[in-house]
Design a protein around this ligand. Sequence first.
Ligand SMILES: *Cc1c(COP(=O)(O)O)cnc(C)c1O
Length: 500
Amino acid sequence: MQYRSTRNNNIKVNSAMAIKQGLSEEGGLFVPESFPKVSLDEIESLSTKSYNERAFFVLSKFLTDFSTEDLKNCISNAYTKEKFGTDAIAPVYKLNDSVYFLELWHGPTCAFKDMALQILPHFLTTSMKMTNEDKEIIILVATSGDTGKAALEGFKDVNGTRIIVFYPDNGVSEIQKLQMVTQRGNNVSVAAVKGNFDDAQSGVKKIFTDNEYKSLLDRNGFKLSSANSINWGRLVPQIVYYFSAYADLLASGEIKTGDEINVVVPTGNFGNILASYYAKKMGLPIKKFICASNENNVLTDFIKTGVYDKTRQFHTTISPSMDILISSNLERFLYDLSGCNDSLISNLMTQLNTVGKYEIPADIKAVMQDLFDADFCDDKETMATIKKTYVDGGYVVDTHTAVGKCVYDKYVSRTGDTTKTIICSTASPFKFNQSVLIALEDYNYVAGKNEFELLDMLHEKSGMKVPESLAELKDRTPIFDTVVEKEDMADTVSDFLKVD
Ligand SMILES: *Cc1c(COP(=O)(O)O)cnc(C)c1O
């Protein structure tokens, strides 16, 4: 299997190169040049298999240059009961006869980013070995909260790599900060940047494009890399859990082989929902993709009108991991819908960069609207949905998952479509405990309570176990207290790596 760039069809690399490079040199994203087909018989046979066997089945069709042994090692290092607390890895929870939550948050950081970031480091080190890269990989991350911690957990103690995370001094929640500054591992470093997320991100981007600095690192045996969601190695593991969820529904007799299901995805960067679209291209029976957004509803407007317009007000919401105005993985989707039209894609992305908007051709829009539905909700509706899901079904969802459920409810009342539906549950409610408790009770209920009291209160209300990785933060001593000016981030990297 070869991978092409969305902006130049002549660029072709194998999966090891695609994963090592992350981004194609002219700015395009790597996509498989064809999609392997899976038969219904094969899908049915997955129903008796473990998550790791299902993962091998899907991943081996894409990472064809990986040896069986290497790929199996990547999978067994990533998805363990020890890290995910359950053999199912991504279990399906039945709310009622038509709604099922696919719980993607059982990993070490309690959000769905773990599904990809637990395996990416192993893909990357395997790819380095396969391409005879002898440098040590330095992963640089700027984070607004979730990704940084998930990357730290994924890369900690992985041989041949080091990871450095920058977070905005005053831009993350107390629990997110604690998660990062208490991070253990022999190859991890964390620093706060004086400023906001944009300052941290610009600082990291500056390091990535500073050739002089990169050659200094190179002379010292280091090579910079990134763990963000445009890397094919982060997308491909997400295809697996759609097959796994379908196989679970088969195993429990909820559906019969070949039955079509709908999928609802609370969406930010368009990575997760794109993975479900790729699963359908491979043969998984999915009827509708329902794209759910919060008030940053740039995708809702796009799917309804065919016009992508990022020039709008940015809203800070209670589902912060979806506060995004540039959904970078949309580029892969449009490339596919346009029949791999690389010049069209280059053109659209240039427009996005220069004027902040673009419009897709009518024929592509028609295909998109046939497959995709989209809607959004505001914080008030998100809160009401958390309460309603708890009162009606006894199930507590986090704020992101609630956006998905709310948009699903709107979809059903608009269309009357009662096809069995999987809603991606993307974070543990404990990770957003304060908003969840306010939704279930009110503001007074949480007033004056610290993070750990809130965890216990949510445990009392939901009957769910407090994730150990959050509870144990209480007794952890901070390891990293570095706070840097945004101009000094490269120096901080040098300090951590002991180069000068
Ligand atoms: C990242 C994230 C999302 C958005 O996923 P995309 O793949 O970026 O669309 C949704 N919910 C949570 C909790 C997340 O961390």
